[in-house]
Design a protein around this ligand. Sequence first.
Ligand SMILES: [Zn+2]
Length: 114
Amino acid sequence: MADLMGSAGIYCCFKCRNQIACHGDIISKEFRGSHGRAFLFSHAMNIKEGAQEDRQLLSGLHRVSDVYCSDCGEELGWTYTKAFDETQKYKEGKFVLENFKIIVQSHFHPTDQL
Ligand SMILES: [Zn+2]
């Protein structure tokens, strides 16, 4: 199945449309957020990080920081600062964004005719 959004999609804050992450930076769509489905991204932008804390998650103990939209301050998800389990190390420095807090926008319009 072709992905209609391609790699040009941008995920934005659902409140203020601040650009938060790129479709091409999605590592996994199979994450659980605190309110349902969430995506794991390798990068995020225009976000602020809260204080670090150790949190027991489904996949074990992690040191995480909540991440907030830099514009409107909405909490969007969290980032893994440190994973204590070797099998979870790949998450370090990555961002989990709650699915319902981000909306996708097509950043480029290659099919637009001038
Ligand atoms: Zn926002």
